[in-house]
Design a protein around this ligand. Structure first.
Ligand SMILES: *[C@@H]1O[C@H](CO)[C@@H](O)[C@H](O)[C@H]1NC(C)=O
Ligand SMILES: *[C@@H]1O[C@H](CO)[C@@H](O)[C@H](O)[C@H]1NC(C)=O
Length: 764
């Protein structure tokens, strides 16, 4: 506390010194600062601009019972305010986002504390100091914090402070200034009044003059402000410096700024900021990208010309199913936009992707898209990408949202249990649905769009070059491998979905309107390019009931897959595990069917551990081989037995290598191998414990299990065979990361050294 005071005093004497920079991203003790900012703004604008609050509060002021909750008709707003009351209780004492803390505490306390004003100012003085002195107003406004609205609300309820004695002679002039700022076409008069106020010794007069000039869109040299995303930063800084001076004089404290007309001028400043920001966003740039079969260049051009600001159409008519030039066209359009954006701020730019699956164009589609652009622009800070519900060419309503799971070499577009997630932002909760994807026709904030493209390039380098045969390949070699494939246009959208998910961008779907498009997921293909760039071997673009997954394998042999697992700490390639499992099913089935009563299979070595780990139909996912004994109750001559069945095995897709009493079975393409010891005669009835492995009947005996447990101690999960490394991912962010049993030497990780669910398995 003492320190805090000392710090304040310092500020008073050094009003020109830099203010603490804003640090209001991310989450802190359950408070998401971005969400809080957006919700505060929303609630305040409802409270202040419909005026109901101040009427009600003034009406109940005599009793000091400031309880607005009872008089709100708007249930939603009441809920917001109740949530703020709860949040205030859990706010961290010292927070990275001091501004957020101050705003929330002031708002909630002024509405609900019921304290008399003297006591209130005493108790919340630190928060007020923080708003006037500790916060850089330029940064706060630019980031969309409703700092002036909070102050205006306090002023509205409090009724205002007396002007200090040396300002009183100019009281009427200040009043006139305030009236002028609200009036139309009064800029000349305002500059003249402000000019005379700026010569006054009273700092509040100067703060008022600066604020008034900024609010009517002038700059520091008293010229009309060139187009800008907000009010003039120089004037804003001067306003704050003068306000800080006023607060620092003769113990006035931060409440000095509640002397009229400061609060109303600050509110005007806030309005001006919003107005200029909206205008700025509108006159940004929109890029419309279409590649597909429809001749809709004119329609898109019309859409473009209905947009304020710059609009650029990237149009290419062509087939969109693979092989299609669309994929390459999208890339080049992306490069063109990136080039235009380099050096520009691009914060207000949007990119509208029109789905290649669009099957017709109608005027109302143009209307829906215009509105989508507008709405996304309004919430540009909150929404990175926005789409619409879809109607396909059979005019069937198709709900486009999916959860995208991209883990363990698999990709699955899954339907949400109840359609979608709900936005954490209160103003977006009611008319928007949230998910990992939306329609193919979608609006990106251009900056987010470009981030995705940059990420794609990086991925191509990092992920493709890590695959067998591509080690040390340069960018040109990678391009060459990728370029051999003709992609369908739909894969572009799939890639954007995956990259967006990776960056944590949630897709918003505006519930009003519809895009006239066929589902792009139906047209998506697990191409070599998609597979290599994202390390996907199995892709389920549609619900499972509509068919099996598409496959593309990345590892030619199980030993290469196993080496990749050991190097990077990821689960074994999906294809390799699938082949191993299938081989065990087929070759094991062959052995058992040959003589069902007298043949058994006994897993040995690490394969025993499947008993404890993987259920009856799968292998544990960091294991790249199977070891087992095939045992018969009758004598076996291995060589002749195998020769006899060579043709049958070949029919099944397998061949073998004989190594003494061991047989290495392998697929014909040698994509997977397993080690089997064949023997007989043996007392098969002694193996009296029954189980299943990969769906095949297997047997054990009691001492064997005890011995395996004693030897392997399988409760702890290790990989890398003899090196015995604890499971631990070495490739941060890889989709197939193993769980963490090492935690950099600290012990079992947060995940409990286990996968979150069974999605890691081949079939779920
Ligand atoms: C406030 O922030 C702006 C923008 O970051 C910066 O230029 C300015 O110097 C800051 N003002 C103070 C007093 O720290
Ligand atoms: C339209 O959607 C329905 C339901 O999803 C589907 O059965 C139908 O095949 C789709 N029509 C076309 C042309 O894609």
């Amino acid at each position: 506390m003492v320190l805090w005071r000392a710090w304040q005093v310092l500020w008073l004497w050094l009003p020109g010194i830099a203010l603490r920079p804003l640090d209001c991203e991310g989450e802190e003790e359950g408070v998401r600062w971005e969400v809080l900012r957006s919700d505060l703004s929303h609630a305040l604008s409802e409270v202040l601009h419909n005026g109901a609050l101040s009427r009600d509060l003034h009406a109940s002021k005599d009793s000091k019972g400031r309880d607005p909750a009872v008089s709100y008709g708007d249930v939603q707003l009441q809920r917001h305010l109740e949530r703020f009351q709860k949040l205030v209780l859990v706010l961290p004492e010292r927070s990275q986002c001091a501004l957020g803390r101050h705003c929330l505490r002031v708002l909630v306390s002024v509405l609900y504390s019921g304290l008399g004003w003297d006591l209130w100012f005493q108790r919340y003085e630190d928060d007020l100091w923080g708003l006037v002195h500790g916060t850089n107003w330029t940064e706060a406004l630019a980031a969309g914090w409703p700092i002036f609205e909070v102050l205006a609300l306090v002023a509205d309820l409090y009724g205002g402070e007396q002007l200090p004695a040396d300002c009183r002679p100019i009281e009427s002039e200040l009043g006139r200034l305030a009236a002028l700022v609200g009036a139309k076409d009064a800029t000349d008069e305002i500059t003249s009044v402000a000019g005379s106020l700026l010569r006054q010794p009273c700092p509040l007069a100067r703060a008022a003059a600066f604020a008034a000039l900024a609010a009517v869109g002038r700059n520091e040299r008293n010229q009309p402000l060139p187009p800008a995303p907000g009010v003039d930063v120089g004037l804003l800084a001067q306003t704050q410096a003068a306000a800080r001076l006023a607060a620092g004089r003769r113990g006035a404290g931060p409440k000095a700024i509640f002397a009229p007309p400061m609060p109303s001028l600050l509110l005007h400043l806030d309005d001006a900021q919003k107005r200029l920001h909206r205008a700025w966003m509108k006159r940004g740039r929109v890029d419309i990208i279409y590649c597909g079969p429809l001749a809709i260049e004119e329609e898109l051009q019309d859409l473009c010309s209905g947009i304020q600001g710059l609009c650029k159409l990237h149009f290419h008519q062509s087939d969109w199913q693979s092989p299609s030039p669309c994929f390459a066209y999208y890339r080049s359009a992306g490069f063109a936009i990136a080039a235009a954006a380099s050096g520009a701020s691009a914060a207000s730019w949007s990119t509208l992707l029109v789905s290649p699956g669009t099957w017709t164009w109608e005027e109302y589609l143009s209307q829906d898209l215009r509105r989508l652009l507008q709405e996304r622009n309004r919430f540009a800070r909150e929404i990175a990408v926005a789409g619409l519900p879809t109607l396909n060419r059979s005019r069937i309503f198709n709900w486009p949202l999916r959860r995208v799971r991209h883990r363990y070499w698999k990709l699955a577009y899954e339907e949400y249990a109840t359609g979608h997630e709900t936005s954490p932002f209160l103003p977006l909760a009611q008319f928007w649905a949230v998910g990992d994807t939306t329609s193919g026709t979608r609006v990106y904030g251009t900056r987010s769009f470009l981030r995705l493209l940059a990420r794609l390039s990086r991925r191509e380098t990092d992920y493709v070059s890590a695959l067998p045969g591509m080690e040390d390949a340069g960018r040109a070699a990678i391009e060459a491998t990728l370029a051999t494939e003709d992609e369908g246009a739909a894969n572009w959208l799939v890639m954007l979905d995956l990259l967006g998910k990776e960056l944590g961008l949630q897709a918003y779907t505006y519930l009003n309107g519809a895009s006239l498009e066929d589902s792009y997921q139906s047209a998506a293909r697990l191409s070599p390019r998609l597979s290599r760039t994202f390390h996907i071997e199995s892709a389920q673009f549609l619900p499972q009931r509509q068919g099996p997954p598409q496959e593309h394998c990345l590892f030619p042999t199980s030993s290469l897959a196993s080496a990749f697992t050991h190097t990077h700490g990821v689960v074994v390639s999906w294809c390799t595990r699938r082949e191993l499992r299938q081989m065990f099913l087929d070759v094991g089935g062959w052995w058992l069917n040959m003589d069902p009563l007298r043949h058994i299979i006994v897993p040995v070595s690490a394969s025993v551990l499947n008993l404890y780990r993987s259920g009856e139909t799968e292998l544990f996912p960091w294991d790249a081989d199977i070891d087992a004994n095939f045992i018969a109750a009758h004598p076996v001559v291995i060589g002749s037995l195998l020769e006899e069945h060579e043709e049958e095995l070949k029919q099944l897709g397998y061949t073998y290598i004989l190594r003494g009493d061991r047989v290495v079975f392998r697929t014909l393409a040698d994509t997977a191998r397993m080690d089997i010891w064949l023997s007989g005669p043996q007392e098969v009835r002694a193996y009296d414990i029954r189980a299943r492995l990969c769906g095949v009947r297997v047997n054990f005996f009691r001492d064997q299990l005890a011995g395996s447990v004693w030897y392997y101690r399988p409760g702890e999960k290790i990989y890398g065979n003899t090196r015995g490394k604890l499971l631990h991912c070495q490739w941060k962010g890889h989709n197939a990361c193993l769980p963490d049993c090492l935690r950099n030497g600290l012990g079992v990780g947060q995940d409990g050294c286990e996968f979150p669910d069974r999605f890691v398995h081949l079939y779920t």
